[in-house]
Design a protein around this ligand. Structure first.
Ligand SMILES: Nc1nc2c(ncn2[C@@H]2O[C@H](COP(=O)(O)OP(=O)(O)OP(=O)(O)O)[C@@H](O)[C@H]2O)c(=O)[nH]1
Ligand SMILES: [Zn+2]
Length: 415
């Protein structure tokens, strides 16, 4: 491969160009399942639509166009294998259970060594490593006595040991279509047309069933023994969190995202210290997957409307701008839990009915739901919180009626 010359003519991928290994999605035997091959170095080997790294594929393209990166660069994967073993779990061999990530993605070089020896260029779509994390809220929990350092999982200065994994999206189109009750043709057509025709193969290559969409992926953080998350008799705390850059990173007080995330981590640590385990899933679905520009437009609309920001019109303002209230498609979210082999969640740290219902419908039991503690809700986020509870989010407390919702007000833009 080292002496391979870059091709100068444009290679269209619209028609089959060789005999690529086929992917038998859901086959329990990796030698039959076959690797996801999205290489651009040898187009004849490709067996998917799209390319690696989700939305970052566009930066890679830019790097090649700018002459910074040779187009035939192959990843040197020495010493990159997972730092913790995950699976295989029975869910990996159910083609309908996991449709939006490649369960073999972390161990691709090992699982598909035969194809590797044949010189086929494929790469992991999941990376698993270990880390220490430290958050001010968790240090506060130690000071307040809610968490007790154990010198191992949680140290006196608040360092917490985790296993973390980054997961790129890999969509099995027949399974995605089935999950949403549509035909594969309708799904392919929608994806083709609504991306401005970005991937012609969605239409021209019905022989390719796997699509690597140019979207954000997810990161998961596991607390305690990663192997016990699949044991339904060992207590497990889980929070599934959708990205909110304003709150998660910058502490914006218009919503409850960071406080609830920190509370979820606290629950995970406590459960792990008591002999169980915890999992935080962080999905790149900013602004309910509508994007941050939309979200900030909504914030302005909420705060400028007559009478000011109000719980009574909270969801309507998003719908006015985006046409819908939410595009997160929680139906795909449980895939990562199935990848970990989870079959029962003892403490589910979320008030979302959509997340809860999607998880339970996918066959995972939820024993207890943990709402955000009242004292963690910032004053300006009361609008969101009351609107969500009135819309069916889980709560152990009272739910405001229509009249009471109009009385829940947020700050104006100029205050
Ligand atoms: N479009 C839009 N997105 C918002 C708004 N407020 C928060 N978000 C986004 O909503 C997502 C968080 O969802 P929430 O509805 O707050 O809560 P949830 O995830 O459904 O439920 P919990 O698990 O109980 O927190 C994040 O992606 C935020 O960026 C808003 O007014 N408009
Ligand atoms: Zn938020």
């Amino acid at each position: 491969m080292a002496d391979k010359k870059p091709v100068n003519h444009i290679r269209l991928t619209s028609h089959p160009d060789g005999d690529a290994v086929s992917i038998r999605w859901g086959d329990p035997d990796p030698t039959r399942r076959g690797p996801v091959v999205a290489t651009l170095t040898e187009p004849a080997h490709r067996n998917v639509i799209g390319t690696h790294a989700g939305s970052y594929a566009v930066y890679r393209a830019l790097a090649v166009a700018a002459g910074m990166l040779p187009q035939d660069h192959r990843a040197d994967l020495k010493d990159t294998s997972p730092a913790a073993r995950i699976g295989p779990h029975p869910s990996w061999s159910n083609p309908d259970r996991i449709v939006s990530l490649d369960p073999w993605g972390a161990v691709a070089p090992q699982a598909f060594s035969a194809q590797s020896e044949q010189g086929i260029d494929f790469r992991p779509t999941i990376a698993v490593t270990r880390a220490h994390i430290n958050l001010p809220e968790l240090r506060d929990a130690v000071v307040a006595g809610r968490l007790k350092p154990d010198g191992d999982l949680l140290t006196a200065n608040g360092d917490i040991k985790v296993v973390k994994a980054a997961v790129d999206p890999v969509w099995h189109l027949p399974g995605i279509a089935k999950r949403f009750g549509m035909t594969e043709n309708a799904l392919r057509r929608g994806l083709f047309e609504q991306t401005g025709g970005m991937f012609p193969e969605l239409i021209t290559r019905p022989d390719l069933h796997v699509f690597l969409p140019p979207i954000g992926g997810l990161t998961l953080y596991a607390f305690g023994d990663i192997n016990s998350v699949s044991n339904k008799d060992i207590p497990l705390a889980v929070r599934v969190h959708d990205e909110c850059n304003g709150s998660d990173v910058f502490g914006s007080d218009i919503c409850t995202c960071r406080p609830y995330l920190a509370h979820g981590i606290e629950e995970c640590v406590r459960t792990a210290q008591a002999g169980g385990a915890g999992v935080i899933v962080y999905l790149r679905k900013e602004g309910r997957a509508l994007g941050e520009v939309t979200k900030f437009l909504v914030y302005n609309a909420r705060k400028r409307q007559e009478g000011g920001d109000s719980a009574a019109t909270y969801f309507q303002r998003t719908e006015c701008v985006a046409g819908v209230q939410d595009m997160r498609f929680q139906e795909l979210m449980p895939d990562v839990l199935h990848w970990l082999g989870i079959t029962r969640i003892h403490r589910f740290v979320s008030m979302s009915d959509m997340k809860h219902d999607a998880i339970v419908r996918s066959g995972i039991e939820i024993l207890e739901r943990v709402p955000i503690p009242e004292e963690l809700v910032p004053a300006d986020a009361k609008v969101e919180m009351e609107a969500k509870k009135a819309a069916g989010y889980f709560t152990k407390g009272p739910v405001a009626d229509a009249a009471a919702l109009t009385q829940v007000k947020g700050r104006g833009l100029d205050v």
